[in-house]
Design a protein around this ligand. Structure first.
Ligand code: GAP
Length: 481
């Protein structure tokens, strides 16, 4: 991870937010290459989800009427249990504090809590299971036996208390409770409250979906792992409205579609898995829920949730707004509250997963025949920030002029990069490191027959292509690989 984070900064993918002031925890800035990758990722999702006859797009405001969040249950339920260390003032999300404890520490705590009971040869799984049960039934009893991960003091934690993750602010100049608004903690609610606006204006019939990409904000107690858990992030959500009774079939359909999407963009199937939420641990709105998890260097982590939200959201908004959220089926003359199947992906978190997935180091042969380590980003060509780099082999004999012409011809259609400095091998390595799938070199043969060398990033195989056919060559490669 450290190598990736440093490459991200050095090559302009991701910078720490307001770094010159020491940074702001949980916020990151996307640099010139990062913003291209993020846009390509969002574009791929947008095309995948909305280039269908039964899905419409929307871009709702971040600030919404505060009643929205009462209706959604966020004011009451969007909380995490939090503890503070009384000695060093570090703050922890209780479930994460428990989760991150090694089995050795769990064993020590259990033994101290109940002397004699955990002596002997208990297997790690037995201890972990026993510890998990205790954290679920009596978290307060365990706390005094744990050390603070920061200062090491034992028994220094406060009692757990609930902390609401929504960021609060005020509309207008007066900062009183009647002017409170929240930065949305999910994009979903902007879709639910617009359900009938979109349905009526687009003349969609159920079943149909509404998709949205946008920022969301959560005042996470512990941010961590680079872009994985941040306070400001982007989501790509689609809410599919269907008739009750058909929800399970749509749920299965969307689960399949969403998993396929990650694989189609180059994630190996064995680096992805489903995690089903146990019935007792479902969110307050869900009938069934699965996470798509990606294997990060620090372990499996959720990148997208697929949830059966039932009619909870529309029923609640109807109750709190006093406006009907029911759908009238002209054909059957039935009136009902649709069920919602949600696919909720993190754009920022998937961005990180695609970065991690692409990062590779391998031995490669130099032009002189020696072996050297090359770092490369194996991005799917449609995600790669720069699609092609263009090099003149040498800076004379008319090669720069020809290379500049190729650059000018391609630039209106593709993000390209011109580089004429250093040996060609070095130029290849610089492009490998940022994931550019194709490098074009203008050489002496180009002067004879107008063909160029195109070198593919992963295989390093080179082929000759007519310079006036490059655009169609790239379009085919980028869209169909
Ligand atoms: N509307 C449902 C919803 O928001 P969620 O599981 O809380 O569900 C969906 O979030 C996705 O949003 C997650 O799978 C993750 O990719 C992303 N996400 C959630 N919290 C995040 C955070 N603090 N930082 C980065 N991404 C986050």
């Amino acid at each position: 991870m450290d190598k990736l984070v440093s490459l991200c900064k050095r090559r302009g993918f991701v910078f720490q937010s307001s770094e010159i002031y020491g940074g702001l925890n949980g916020a990151w800035d996307y640099g010139p290459l990062g913003v291209e990758l993020l846009r390509n990722l969002k574009e791929a999702w947008w095309k995948e989800m909305t280039y269908r006859s039964n899905i419409e797009g929307i871009d709702a405001a971040i600030l919404m009427h505060p009643r929205t969040w009462e209706a959604s249950g966020h004011v009451e339920n969007f909380t995490d249990p939090m503890v503070d260390c009384k000695q060093c003032k570090s703050r922890y999300r209780l479930d994460i504090l428990f989760e991150e404890l090694s089995v050795k520490k769990q064993k020590e705590a259990l033994r101290e809590m109940e002397p004699g009971k955990y002596e002997g040869q208990q297997r790690d799984e037995v201890i972990a299971d026993e510890f998990r049960k205790k954290t679920e039934t009596a978290p307060g009893v365990i706390l005094p036996f744990l050390n603070c991960p920061n200062c090491g003091n034992k028994g220094s934690f406060t009692e757990a208390r609930k902390f609401n993750l929504m960021f609060k602010t005020f509309v207008g100049p007066v900062e009183d409770s009647s002017n409170v608004v929240y930065l949305r903690p999910e994009t979903a609610q902007g879709i639910f409250v617009n359900f009938l606006n979109v349905q009526g204006s687009s003349r969609q019939k159920i079943p149909f979906g509404i998709a949205q990409i946008g920022k969301a904000f959560r005042n996470e107690i512990n941010t961590k792992n680079f872009l994985f858990r941040t306070r400001e992030f982007e989501q790509m959500e689609m809410q599919f409205f269907c008739k009750p009774g058909t929800d399970e079939e749509h749920f299965e359909y969307w689960r399949e579609q969403r998993m396929k999407w990650y694989v189609s963009l180059g994630m190996p199937a064995d680096r992805l898995q489903w995690h089903r939420h146990e019935p007792g641990k479902l969110a307050h709105y869900a009938k069934d829920a699965y996470d798509i998890e990606f294997k990060f260097p620090f372990g499996w982590g959720e990148i997208e949730g697929v949830h059966n939200r039932t009619d909870y959201d529309l029923t609640r908004h109807e109750e709190f707004s006093g406006k009907s959220m029911k759908y009238f089926d002209e054909r059957t003359k039935e009136k009902f509250t649709p069920y919602i199947i949600e696919t909720s992906a993190g754009a920022s978190r998937s961005f990180m997963a695609f970065l991690v997935n692409a990062y590779a180091e391998e031995e490669a042969r130099t032009a002189e025949g020696d072996m050297e380590l090359r770092t490369l980003m194996r991005f799917h060509p449609s995600l790669a920030p720069i699609k092609s780099a263009i090099f003149p082999l040498v800076n004379r004999d008319g090669m720069p002029e020809l290379a500049r012409k190729i650059e000018a011809d391609l630039r209106p259609h593709l993000r390209v990069f011109y580089d004429d400095s250093g040996a060609v091998g070095r130029r290849y390595r610089r492009q490998d490191e940022i994931g550019t799938p194709y490098c074009v070199t203008v050489d002496s043969q180009t002067l004879q027959d107008q063909t160029v060398t195109v070198r593919e990033r992963d295989s390093m195989v080179q082929e000759r292509v007519a310079s006036d056919k490059l655009l169609s060559y790239f379009s085919t490669k980028i869209n169909h690989s």
